[in-house]
Design a protein around this ligand. Structure first.
Ligand code: COA
Ligand code: MG
Length: 296
């Protein structure tokens, strides 16, 4: 299944965990990291482990992911030990420094899957690939170090600004400052270079549906496959924005048909415009995305 929406749920909140199943997200991210205060880490770990166990793989209506604590903290191994038996579909790895971190997490998972009788390689990994100052410098390396566990790349601005002592990551016009636009674009390119999906970072103003919709449409037009949500109300907006519209699907079908009708040629005219191979490739992409999503 193509994933459009990942909804964050703080792992220590019974109330929010109780709303998780009905949110309509393609995936949930049960958070053990920044949304959980230090004093509640152990309780969150137990709650998330229980949540997974109550929803065995075969019964899940959406994917269940867990954001673990970073590899270089003493919280990471206890997180993994507690949750692997519940077979999360994947783990979000925050503050990843690059592919070696994914490799290291993969080794931990190899061991813990074996210990827990979980099918080897079943748990995926989604690194947040821009949260440390060093991370952006190895984004291109993901393409050279393929791992079947890698399910995509996403980026984040808040931890990066904290890491570099920046008092803001936004310009006066409300847009990301250059450093954040740069790492966002690099994540997009790195994901595609590695044959992975790129996922847009969260939209913090969770009451602004119109702004979220416009921002998601722009992200999809740029090549992002989906987005992180922080509030249930954002999920339907994200799902809609990252689903090709009926008009887009109809146009893509016409493009493909135009090439079929023209026979063995590299370029055709449609509605008075020239189309060549990149247009055909994009049309096929739209059609494959449209069929890979759950219905809205
Ligand atoms: N998952 C599940 N339920 C959620 C939710 C979430 N992410 N966010 C809000 N809800 C629930 C609330 O508990 C509330 O339930 P109620 O109607 O029974 O009281 C309802 O949805 C409406 O919430 P609302 O009052 O609009 O928001 P809030 O002020 O309670 O919460 C946030 C705002 C931002 C704190 C909350 O959305 C949240 O915790 N988001 C996730 C944060 C996170 O995980 N961050 C880590 C990644 S950056
Ligand atoms: Mg963070």
């Amino acid at each position: 299944m193509n994933l459009r929406s990942f909804l964050f749920i703080p792992g220590d909140s019974d109330k929010k965990l109780g709303k998780a199943d009905s949110a309509g997200a393609d995936a949930l991210i049960l958070d053990l990291e920044d949304a959980v205060a230090p004093a509640h880490k152990a309780a969150a770990r137990e709650k998330v482990a229980g949540f997974l166990k109550e929803r065995p793989l075969a019964t899940r209506s959406c994917e269940l992911w867990v954001r673990i604590n970073p590899l270089d903290t003493p919280l990471c191994l206890p997180d993994l030990a507690a949750i692997v038996g519940g077979v999360p579909d994947g783990l979000m790895l925050p503050k990843a420094n690059g592919p070696p971190d994914v490799h290291k997490l993969g080794h931990f998972l190899d061991a813990l899957e074996t210990a827990n009788g979980v099918a080897p390689g079943s748990i995926g990994i989604l690194p947040v690939a821009t949260e440390t100052a060093i991370a952006p410098f190895s984004l291109g390396d993901y393409a050279h170090t393929p791992s079947p566990r890698l399910k995509g790349l996403t980026w984040g601005a808040e931890d990066l600004s904290a890491a570099i002592g920046a008092s803001t990551n936004l310009g006066d016009d409300g847009r990301w400052e250059f450093t954040y636009r740069m790492v966002r674009s690099m994540t997009l390119l790195a994901a595609h270079a590695a044959g992975l999906s790129a996922f847009e970072t969260l939209y913090v103003d969770f009451r602004d549906d119109a702004g979220l919709m416009a921002s998601c449409r722009a992200a999809r037009a740029e090549g992002f496959a989906g987005r992180i949500a922080i509030h249930p109300a954002q999920v339907p907006v994200i799902n809609a924005a990252f689903t090709p519209s009926t008009e887009e699907v109809a146009f893509a079908q016409r493009v493909v048909q135009a090439f079929v009708d023209a026979g063995d040629v590299g370029t055709v005219g449609l509605d008075g415009k020239m189309l060549d191979m990149p247009h055909l490739k994009q049309a096929r992409h739209v059609l494959s995305v449209a069929t890979a999503h759950r219905p809205l």
